[in-house]
Write a protein that binds this ligand. Structure first.
Ligand code: GRF
Length: 223
């Protein structure tokens, strides 16, 4: 089996990178990580890549005069490593339009909400503020506008009474670590494709609809 060659872009902690590294260890997994690029020097994600003996490079955006020049350097590194498919995993820079076009339908991102709800930063605080009872995470193909693009897979988690940003973030992050390897498998194995601007399965599955989980605050006794 020829494995799909993955590049991962990070800016920090790298826990989603670690989830992908672990998934790629299985001989039956259809992808292998061939390069990790961080735009921030010295971050934990780089150490995780090195521990896993994956080539890792720092391309510091501060060393470049423009976004175009930075993106060209990242692109050059990805091409040199013969990357087929790119995964953003906590990468905190906006891409130029040209970069996005270059990786069209070959570029994934993970975001800690059920997109299209709550794109952008400070997601969990805004989820709590809005009082919604379900949150979650989304893996989608990258488009020029931040946190938009065809949705590949999503996971839902409950928002619980008394949640803080931090514990909601932790619950969502645990779901992210399961979701990203799943979504990458779907794309790398060719099980899904983009049709129009939605992601469809190549083989229609006639499963019964799964039982819908319901999320609401606990009811008072007697109701
Ligand atoms: C994750 O919550 C991801 O959804 C968001 O940034 C965070 C990155 O965390 N885009 P990590 O670096 O993967 O630990």
């Amino acid at each position: 089996m020829r494995k799909t060659r993955i590049g991962v872009l990070i800016s920090g902690r790298g826990s989603n990178l670690q989830a992908l590294i672990e998934a790629c260890e299985a001989s039956t997994y259809p992808a292998e990580i061939v390069l990790v690029v961080s735009n921030v020097p010295g971050v934990r994600g780089l150490a995780l890549a090195e521990d896993a003996a994956i080539p890792a490079r720092t391309i510091n955006h501060k060393d470049f005069a423009s976004r175009e020049a930075f993106d060209a350097a990242v692109n050059g590194a990805l091409q040199e490593a013969q990357v087929d498919l790119l995964c953003n995993a906590g990468f905190m820079r906006l891409h130029t339009e040209g970069f996005v076009q270059n990786w069209w339908n070959r570029h994934l991102n993970i975001h800690p909400s059920l997109l299209p709800a709550f794109p952008g930063l400070n997601t969990h605080a805004r989820v709590l503020e809005a009082g919604v009872k379900i949150s979650g995470c989304t893996v989608h193909f990258v488009r020029p506008k931040m946190d938009t693009g065809p949705v590949i897979a999503q996971a839902a988690v409950p928002v619980l009474p008394g949640d803080t940003d931090d514990n909601l973030a932790g619950r969502v992050l645990a779901a992210e670590h399961r979701l990203y390897p799943h979504a990458l498998r779907l794309v790398a194995s060719g099980a899904v494709r983009v049709e129009g601007e939605t992601v469809v399965g190549l083989t229609p599955v006639k499963d019964e609809a799964p039982q819908t989980p319901l999320f609401s605050p606990p009811l008072n006794e007697g109701l």
